[in-house]
Design a protein around this ligand. Sequence first.
Ligand code: GDP
Ligand code: IMO
Ligand code: MG
Length: 430
Amino acid sequence: MNNIDVLLGLQWGDEGKGKVVDYLTPQYDIIARFNGGPNAGHTLEFNGFKHVLRTIPSGICHKDKINIIGNGVLIEANIFMDEIKGLEDKGFAPKDNLFISRKAHLILPTHRLMDAANEKAKGDRKIGSTLKGIGPAYTDKIARTGLRIGDLFAQDFQTKYENIKNSHIRAVKSLGYSVDEFKIEDKTLEQYEKLWLDAAQQLKQLHIIDTEYYVNEALRQGKKILAEGAQGTMLDIDFGSYPFVTSSSTVTAGVCSGLGVAPQNIGRVFGIAKAYCTRVGQGPFPTELFDQTGDMLCEQGHEFGSVTGRKRRCGWLDMPALKYASMIDGVTDIMLMKIDVMDNFETVKICTEYEIDGNKTEKLPFSLEEKITPVFKEYKGWMQNVKSVKRFEDLPVNMQDYIRAIEQMTQLPVTMVSVSPDREDTIIRN
Ligand code: GDP
Ligand code: IMO
Ligand code: MG
């Protein structure tokens, strides 16, 4: 029996997972998403082509590879069918090699209303949700009131749908809002529901299977599978900067529950990390920069949300958080992304410790909302353009030193260094 390899984000999402999955896909037979839903935006770039994926795995542009959406993923029918169409318009045939779990939960239009209402009710303490209905849909899953893809085929689907929809409407009203206050993609609930129900019918025509059997049988047959995570470890429901997190297991353990793979069948774990940090949405961010340096990272890194276009907050690399994430995920390899973004910095910094109440610690406190003063170590910049460099030895010495410092602190190998958004600009180290 083969093991399943895992690829996931070690920070607050948007680390560059999409690029790496697309790069690694030729080495695998199957790519499988295990968590999240259309809150994700995974960008692929090759041959001058750029595409952002939401719920569909990032192996989809390789037509001879199977892509799986596991039970741990949420599907919003209308967004999903739009995503299929977007790929078809660009000449891909995603319906052929995409398999969806019967057990994956559906995001209903009213989950999105509830997301908006919950956020409004939170006021200053809002999460900064992507408003795709993620929190409410996972809440229904855990409350055992959700609808799954398999339910689309039930005779009484419409009744079940109406019941749950009405309970959502009551929930919105109980917060003191009227349904008409919220729009979904600029549409009223009624308008959006029409699109969603129509898309749900189209969705039924796709390959809907028991992905847990498929995945385990494939591993038994010696097939190579890569599990693709969404979001990042610091957004995990258990280990992230709670309550400013997403509602799924973004960590390696999420692969077991989100695809139905046993823990002993987890293979290598590729932890994707930017050479600095970003965060989009609200919530604590210990190394955040509020000065020109932060602006420069944002500018050079084009740090705007792949889907929402929201400006991403930027800061230096956070080593306590990176080490924590690597521990929780059992990372075997770090893949370091976007280091080229720091090409024009005289100096770069790494936060090695947190100072809290006058005490220094390398460990994350219970709440990242505590007053944390990051302790930085400074490194010389390389002041050189590294895009298109193909070998590690050809990278500027100062950059090599920066990468080795990360290896030394994490006690993990940096096996990939990414120097541009393009598939080609990727350095593999032996
Ligand atoms: P994901 O959610 O982890 O897949 O990441 P996103 O796609 O949301 O955001 C990463 C952004 O950085 C995308 O626009 C990528 O095209 C881009 N990107 C990925 N790797 C690199 C890199 O090494 N250098 C630069 N400059 N950009 C990169
Ligand atoms: P990828 O897969 C970055 C953030 C949101 C918000 C919080 C909760 O592209 O890395 P949600 O909509 O899940 O209820 O939002 O999590 N968030 C992400 N940030 N990348 C993502 O995905 C994200 N998915 C959710 O901004 O702060
Ligand atoms: Mg993203």
